[in-house]
Design a binder for this molecule. Structure first.
Ligand code: G6P
Length: 371
């Protein structure tokens, strides 16, 4: 069993460390740098079809829903198509508006989640073009879809999703570039620039994994906390949601992810000296850096403990935080991939230190095939 885990104690830990390789596999053969284009093996949409799309609807659950929220930022920014991200379990019970000009994308690691599959079938019945982004080849969603794109993360055993999430993000980025080129919102040079950023991601993930000893120290200090708050703005908002979900799934500590600007509308009331707040604040123009720094100050003023995720060269915010975890600077839309890694490690180490069954947390299943 230890051999299957490659020397790691848990599959989740192994899968966290597999991410540089998994992401390289997601990218392999798909980036056409010279042409400034993306090649998906199964792609079957014509330029005319893509140009008639008026909206993208993303359907997903759990961690996959978080990658959908990040994907919204990517597709809206690069392809200038409005994107709505729907919880699959809500979508089908509320007479959704679906038209033939809509592209409906299901995101699912397993390709079998009952709520996502049912919502996806409903969207197809209503006449939308359907695309599945899945990790499991031959899964129900890939069979149901007009078009499917595989994330190629390799099998994910740990119930808490890690490499499936980051490979979904990278796949969505590739898709945003592809749609941008086909819709004419991205030039060849623009696409080349985005693809060049993508080629750097596996190495960046290798580098960010080196923060593990520091994350472990943070985990030890806060392993007995009762609550955690995660804050992020813009593309870092879904990272905050995912950081909170990872922690609650395996450590059983109550955690909430919030968009930084919403803190004053509620969570600020919870902050006291017992409350660790993870602030995800890479220095990117889109991420309203100054505003998130304002959030750090608000937390500190109320005695809360700040764990800040900052770019490696950020010397402005580090004096404000109680703990700083540094990540390599990535462009705004790819920073979620990099910034997620320390949060996965934090959840893992807190759960491990608490003696929990990390790979099989109580009450959760890897694939939920009941509605
Ligand atoms: C379960 C898993 C989560 C996962 C969610 C959606 O709740 O425990 O890790 O994010 O299902 O799964 P999917 O396979 O559709 O991505």
């Amino acid at each position: 069993m230890m051999a299957e885990k490659g020397g790691y104690k848990h599959f989740m830990h192994k899968e966290i460390h597999e991410q540089p390789r998994a992401i390289a596999d997601t990218l392999r053969g798909r980036m056409l740098l010279t042409e400034g284009d993306v090649h998906f093996e199964t792609w079957n949409l014509t330029q005319e079809q893509v140009q008639t799309f008026t909206k993208v609807t993303i359907l997903a659950c759990g961690t996959s829903w978080h990658s959908g929220v990040a994907g919204k930022h990517m597709i809206e920014s690069l392809a200038r198509l409005p994107v709505e991200v729907e919880l699959a379990s809500e979508f089908r019970y509320r007479d959704p508006i679906v038209e033939k000009s809509h592209l409906v994308i299901a995101i699912s690691q397993s390709g079998e989640t009952a709520d996502t599959l049912a919502a996806f079938k409903e969207a197809k019945r209503l006449g939308a073009h359907t695309m599945a982004i899945c990790n499991v080849i031959g899964s129900a969603m890939t069979r149901e879809a007009n078009l499917h794109v595989l994330t190629n993360a390799g099998p994910e055993i740990g119930v808490a999703s890690t490499k499936a999430f980051t490979t979904q993000l990278v796949t969505l980025y590739l898709l945003a570039v592809k749609l941008g080129r086909m819709r004419g919102t991205l030039s060849v040079e623009g696409a080349q620039e985005h693809l060049t950023h993508l080629t750097q991601v596996p190495k960046m993930i290798e580098d960010v994994l080196k923060c593990e000893p520091q994350v472990k120290r943070v985990a030890r200090e806060f392993m007995n906390a009762q609550d955690f708050l995660f804050l992020g703005r813009g593309p870092m908002h879904p990272v905050a949601l995912e950081g909170a979900l990872k922690l609650k799934e395996i450590s059983y500590i109550h955690a909430e992810g919030y968009a930084g600007g919403e803190m004053k509308h509620g969570p600020i009331a919870l902050i006291d000296e017992k409350m660790p707040v993870v602030v995800i604040a890479p220095k990117q123009p889109h991420i309203a850096y100054e505003k998130i720094i304002g959030n750090i100050e608000e937390v500190r003023a109320r005695g809360g403990k700040v764990i800040a995720i900052l770019d490696e060269d950020d010397n402005q915010a580090d004096t404000l935080a109680d703990h700083v975890i540094r990540i390599p600077a990535a462009c705004a839309l790819l920073a979620p991939v990099v910034a997620t890694i320390p949060l996965q490690l934090l959840a893992y180490h807190v759960a491990e230190m608490r003696g929990n069954d990390v790979d099989q947390p109580r009450n959760l299943a890897k694939s939920v095939t009941v509605e």
